[in-house]
Design a protein around this ligand. Structure first.
Ligand code: OGA
Ligand code: MN
Length: 205
């Protein structure tokens, strides 16, 4: 496991060169496990909501995604949620200082995908509907919480580069993926087991 300064330096290099970065062991294993347990419990207790991104056509409702989500609060009293936000704050400071991204906050949710669940190809940066100033998603971040994930289980994040190129990234516990929200079309492929992640978007004003 690298120290945080080395991890941040690599992330910044990769974002500068490629527009995306993959970092292993973003948090210690016991914290990743506690976050995963928290997600499982909320899911089982029925405390999560179905994520809503669908499009009504005159034929049928097209479902884009199958995950259930739970929004996390930056001011949570939960130790593990705090550990996540503390690490994210260090990352945000480094990104602002070295890449001048002007990020001011992050919105984050836990997500649980059922077996076979997908999120079809999409972009995370939404077009503003009005001229009113509103925060814009600049950098997407996904932290995976799945212990012992095997390649044959699927569930990759497919990040589309210059078509037809793409990279497939397995949702291994502790792995953090960052990419520019406006640039990268991406999708979640189906898996043979349920799949847990913590997805965040750094926003600028
Ligand atoms: C999203 C998303 C990717 C993943 O929630 O917008 O693209 O790998 N998630 O979970
Ligand atoms: Mn996305």
């Amino acid at each position: 496991m690298q120290n945080l300064q080395a991890q941040l330096a690599t992330i910044i290099d990769d974002l500068t060169k490629n527009g995306y970065a993959i970092c292993e062991d973003f948090l210690p294993a016991h914290i990743i496990k506690a976050l995963a347990d928290q997600a499982q419990k909320r899911f089982i207790d029925g405390k999560m909501q179905a994520a809503k991104t669908g499009k009504a056509t005159n034929v049928q409702q097209v479902i884009y995604r199958h995950d259930s989500i739970y929004w996390l609060d930056e001011h949570s009293q939960n130790t593990f949620t705090q550990a996540y936000f503390a690490q994210i704050a260090l990352l945000k400071t480094a990104l602002n200082q070295q890449l001048f991204l002007n990020l001011h906050d992050i919105e984050t949710h836990l997500a649980v995908y059922p077996i076979g669940g997908v999120y079809l190809k999409h972009l995370d940066q939404l077009k503003p509907l009005t001229d009113a100033p509103m925060p814009i998603r600049q950098l997407s971040s996904v932290l995976y919480l799945n212990d012992n994930w095997h390649p044959h289980e699927g569930g990759e994040l497919r990040l589309h580069l210059n078509a037809p190129e793409y990279v497939d990234i397995l949702p291994n516990a502790g792995r953090l993926v960052l990419f520019l929200s406006a640039e990268f079309w991406h999708e979640v492929l189906p898996a043979t087991r349920s799949r847990i992640s913590l997805t965040g978007w750094f926003r600028s004003r």
